[in-house]
Design a binder for this molecule. Structure first.
Ligand SMILES: C[S@@+](CC[C@H](N)C(=O)[O-])C[C@H]1O[C@@H](n2cnc3c(N)ncnc32)[C@H](O)[C@@H]1O
Length: 269
C-alpha cells in the first residue's frame, strides 16, 4: 500500500509535525539535543490517521503508530526529570562547536514577572501557561534570550545541521510580538537558511476573562521552523534585508541585458 497524502505544512498534532520534520529534513533520524526538554512531552510513541491506496486503487484510512526518539542530550534551565542536565539562562550549551546534527528548541513565550503572586500561588487555574512553561520579563528579555540560544545552536550544529525551532506569536501589553518572525530574522543573520515552516493549529485555547476590548485576533497557532546551518547546497539568503532584493534585481538586470545583447547581435547578422 502507498501513502496518499503529501507532508503538509499544517497540523493539529505537534508530534506529527516533528515526525514529518525528521523524515523530510533529518534523514529520518531523531534529534541529538533538546535544550528545553522540560518533561519531554515531544518524545515517545504516538498515533496518527493516515490514508493509503490499496493495490486495487481504493483508498483506506488506517491508524499508524510512530515514534519521536528521545534526544541523546537533554538540557533545561529547570530540569524536571532524571537524565536532564541543568544549563544557565545565559550560559553555553555544554557541547563542542560543529558537533551535532539535529537540535530541538521550544523556549517560553509568556511575558510576565516570574515572582508575581499568580506564578507563586498554588491555586489551580491561576497563570497555568506561565507556571508550566516559565516566562520572560521584561519583554526584551525574551528577544535577547531567543538571540542567545539561536547563536548557541548555530555554534554546536555541524554545517548542514538542522535546528527545529518552535515559537509562538504572543500579544503582550497590547502589542503584537512577532516572536516567530524575529527568530527568522536573527537565524538568517547568523547564517541559517530557513528551509521550512510548519504551523501547529490549536483546536482550543484558554480564554482570559480579563480582556474587555479585544484588540487582536486570539492566536490559535504556533510555528515549527526548520533552520539549516550553512546549507552547503544553498547560497545564503536574507529576506529581511534590502540588499537581498537589490542583489536579485541587479542579477535580473544583468541577465536581461545579456539576452538583449544576444538578440541585437542576431539582428545585426
Ligand atoms: C515551553 S517549555 C518546553 C516544553 C517541552 N518542549 C515539552 O514538550 O515538554 C519551555 C522550557 O524552557 C525553559 N526555559 C525557561 N526560561 C528559559 C531561558 N531563559 N532559557 C532557556 N530555557 C528556558 C523552561 O524551563 C521550560 O522547560
Amino acid at each position: 500500500m502507498k501513502p496518499v497524502e503529501v507532508i503538509k505544512s499544517i497540523s493539529y498534532n505537534q508530534h506529527e509535525i516533528l515526525r514529518n520534520i525528521l523524515d523530510l529534513h533529518c534523514g529520518g533520524n531523531g534529534p541529538d539535543v533538546d535544550i528545553t526538554y522540560s518533561v519531554g512531552n515531544f518524545y515517545g510513541k504516538f498515533k496518527r490517521t493516515i490514508k493509503e491506496v490499496r493495490d486495487d486503487g481504493s483508498v483506506v484510512e488506517k491508524q499508524e503508530e510512530f515514534e519521536i526518539p528521545q534526544p541523546k542530550y537533554k538540557f533545561d534551565v529547570d530540569p524536571q526529570v532524571d537524565g536532564c542536565e541543568k544549563i544557565e539562562p545565559w550560559g553555553n550549551i555544554p557541547l563542542d562547536d560543529n558537533s551535532v546534527n539535529v537540535v530541538v528548541v521550544d523556549l517560553p513565550f509568556v511575558i510576565g514577572p516570574r515572582d508575581c503572586p499568580s506564578m507563586r500561588n498554588k491555586k489551580p487555574g491561576s497563570n497555568v501557561i506561565g507556571k508550566r512553561f516559565s516566562s520572560y520579563y521584561p519583554r526584551h528579555e525574551m528577544f535577547e534570550s531567543y538571540e542567545h540560544w539561536l547563536s548557541e545552536c548555530y555554534r554546536i550544529l555541524k554545517p548542514g545541521g538542522v535546528l527545529i525551532w518552535k515559537s509562538q506569536p504572543v500579544i503582550s501589553g497590547g502589542i503584537n510580538l512577532m516572536t516567530s518572525y524575529y527568530s527568522c530574522r536573527v537565524a538568517e543573520d547568523l547564517g541559517f537558511y530557513i528551509k521550512d515552516e510548519f504551523v501547529l493549529v490549536a483546536k482550543q485555547r484558554l480564554l482570559s476573562g480579563k480582556v474587555k476590548n479585544q484588540m487582536h485576533s486570539r492566536r490559535y497557532h504556533s510555528f515549527f521552523h526548520v533552520f539549516v546551518k550553512d546549507d552547503p547546497k544553498r547560497e545564503k539568503t536574507n529576506y529581511w534585508k534590502r540588499e537581498f532584493v537589490e542583489k536579485y534585481n541587479k542579477e535580473m538586470e544583468e541577465k536581461n541585458k545579456a539576452s538583449e545583447d544576444v538578440t541585437n547581435k542576431k539582428n545585426e547578422n
